[in-house]
Write a protein that binds this ligand. Structure first.
Ligand code: 5RP
Length: 229
């Protein structure tokens, strides 16, 4: 199986957890896109689902493929969210936000009774941090916020570059109009301390550490899809 086939295998296994009539949070990224394509096929066959997208990108794909969409204000309590991840550890800790949708992804996952992550085995790590941690920040006070994040990292013994995510014509902007800092820590031994420290910085809107949020991760490899609980 190539990389895309692995994503499809994880998405297919996740689809088995989706029941007729569910209120469903729909994630963002290339793996989540495969899930949307498979879900759309079932919807075309008459399967009923009420989707809440985690990004404008996912919303566009759902509209294009005919997956019925609602806002989180229409459906503030969801049955299940299916989403990808940039990293997954053995305790189901995640790094997310490579696709820039971390804030909406975290809000939608928090509003869901269950969250299932879909990924291929390259996303599995012993310790989170190999993937640069996305930190969504308010544009106002960018430098002060960045310095506060650097001070926190240094207090926690974390080294590595913290760079502002660029886009084609300037800084990357999230769906909420915020900037992203990508922090290449390499290894984050105490993810909880980092998460707590980040939320205490006023300019930090959200961070990509999803701890104690996922209920299961479906990991696709050449030998098939297995579920981490
Ligand atoms: C977007 C995310 C994605 O889930 C994450 O980046 C994984 O994407 P992909 O499935 O393309 O590897 O967190 O904000």
């Amino acid at each position: 199986m190539d990389a895309r086939e692995l994503k499809i295998a994880a998405a297919k296994a996740a689809l088995e957890h989706v029941e007729d009539g569910m209120r469903l949070g729909i994630g963002t990224g290339s793996t989540a896109d495969e899930f949307v394509r498979l879900l759309a096929e079932k919807v075309a066959e008459g399967f009923k689902v009420q989707g809440v997208p985690t990004s404008e990108r996912t919303a566009r794909l759902c509209v294009e493929l005919g997956v019925p969409l609602y806002s989180l204000d229409d459906l503030p309590e969801l049955d299940l969210t299916i989403d990808g991840a940039d990293e997954v550890d053995n305790a189901l800790g995640l790094i997310k936000g490579g696709g820039g949708a971390l804030l909406r992804e975290k809000i939608v996952a928090s509003a869901s009774a269950r969250m299932i992550v879909i990924a291929d085995e390259t996303k599995l790590v012993d310790t989170l941090g190999r993937f640069p941690l996305p930190i969504e920040i308010a544009p106002f006070g960018l430098t002060a916020t960045r310095m506060a994040v650097e001070r926190l990292a240094s207090r926690l013994g974390l080294t590595g570059e913290i760079v502002q995510r660029p886009d084609k014509d300037g800084p990357y902007l999230t769906d909420g109009g915020h900037f992203i800092l990508d922090a290449s820590f390499g290894r984050i031994p105490d993810a909880e301390a980092l998460a707590n420290g980040l939320v205490a910085i006023p300019g930090v809107v959200e961070h990509g550490l999803f701890l104690n949020m996922a209920d299961a991760a479906i990991i696709a490899s050449q030998s098939g899809a297995r579920t981490l609980l």
